[in-house]
Design a protein around this ligand. Structure first.
Ligand code: DP6
Length: 329
């Protein structure tokens, strides 16, 4: 029996300038570049074992075997690495999502970057740099491109598969924090993959989104360079709302907002009016993520907890890039 094994940790990232649409859906080339913050508190640990003994690929998440449909997605992704290494062994993938609650925060961004890094290690593809690895992670889920690195990360849309990749922008070690408001929902949401495709196809706002996103990205990079927190927050908040506006203008229209999402937006505006710089961003779901000073996260939580009694808050500082796991447990 021959066996190859690798194990890696990757952290989730939250986009401050959103990725919302593919120019090439097969290769996951986006219509725009995007920029995110990697988070310390949320991550995925993944171990992959390629073995001459296995007859089929398999995948267990948090100890539970996943469906054939989920395994098929993973298989297609692993094929990229098997082709590169010229190995045809089947694989066993085991992943543990470290997310404080079951609040719908498990993310494909950490999942596919951890699996990409573990596969590179297992198959000894040492010639693949971290930057090139991000082009592999991208093929599992667009946002995974950015989780290869820590801090503020740009996903440059590029012109082809080889250069649609992540670039590290800044460590984000200048008093940056995020407080996640977990708004639970019973409604089944539209996946980001379906939501962005529908918006691109039907929203008359879409071309304007693409145009404006470029401007927002250039401005936020200047704000990061100048360590101007207020400007950073203002641009991120505006960009998130512009993305959500495209969905409302789609045909048929849809939104990821729930009543509690709007309530949370207003609470963050009140918080700001009280003198604490805080800005919200929202992805393809109802949760509201509040960008604030790391040194003020407790104050932010206390203010919001006052208005949302049963809500669970997750406070996090910026996180690191992918890390090899020496021990697996
Ligand atoms: C709103 O990366 O989940 O979170 O590439 O189809 O897997 P696929 O989509 P995904 O989309 C993320 C969309 C977003 C914004 C962002 O993370 O940039």
């Amino acid at each position: 029996m021959t066996e190859y094994q690798g194990a890696y940790r990757a952290h989730t990232n939250i986009a401050l300038i959103k990725y919302w649409g593919k120019a090439d859906a097969d290769l996951f080339i986006p219509t725009t570049s995007s920029l995110s913050l990697t988070l310390n508190a949320l991550y995925t640990d993944t171990r992959v074992t390629f073995s001459s003994d296995y007859e089929a690929d398999s995948f267990a998440l948090n100890g539970e075997e996943k469906s054939a449909e989920e395994v098929a997605k993973i298989s297609k992704f692993l094929d990229l690495f098997r082709t590169e290494a010229d190995v045809d062994f089947k694989a066993r993938v085991e992943s543990i999502n470290h997310v404080p609650t079951a609040a719908g925060l498990a993310s494909s961004s950490s999942a596919f970057s951890a699996l990409a890094a573990a596969s590179r290690q297992a198959l000894q593809l040492n010639h693949i740099s971290d930057q090139e690895l991000s082009t592999y992670a991208r093929r599992g889920s667009g946002s995974a491109t950015r989780s290869i690195f820590g801090g503020f990360v740009e996903w440059q849309k590029g012109t082809k598969s080889e250069n649609s990749m992540a670039v590290k922008i800044d460590d984000a070690t200048w008093d940056i924090g995020m407080v996640i408001m977990t708004i639970n929902t019973k409604e089944k949401r539209v996946s980001s993959r379906k939501g962005m495709a529908h918006t691109l196809k039907t929203s008359p706002f879409y071309p304007e989104w693409v145009r404006q996103n470029k401007i927002d990205l250039a401005r936020i990079k200047d704000a990061i360079e100048a360590q101007d927190f207020i400007l950073l927050g203002e641009i991120a908040e505006a960009n998130a709302m512009r993305m959500h506006a495209t969905t409302m203008a789609a045909d048929p229209s849809f939104t990821y907002f729930e009543p509690a999402t709007i309530k949370a937006i207003q609470a963050v505006q009140d918080l700001r009016a009280s003198g604490i710089p805080a800005y919200y961003t929202i992805d393809a779901g109802p949760n509201v993520k509040v960008l604030c000073r790391a040194s003020q996260m407790n104050q932010v939580e206390a203010f919001l907890a006052n208005q949302f009694e049963d809500m669970q808050f997750i406070k996090t500082t910026p996180g690191p890039g992918i890390q090899q796991l020496d021990r697996w447990e």
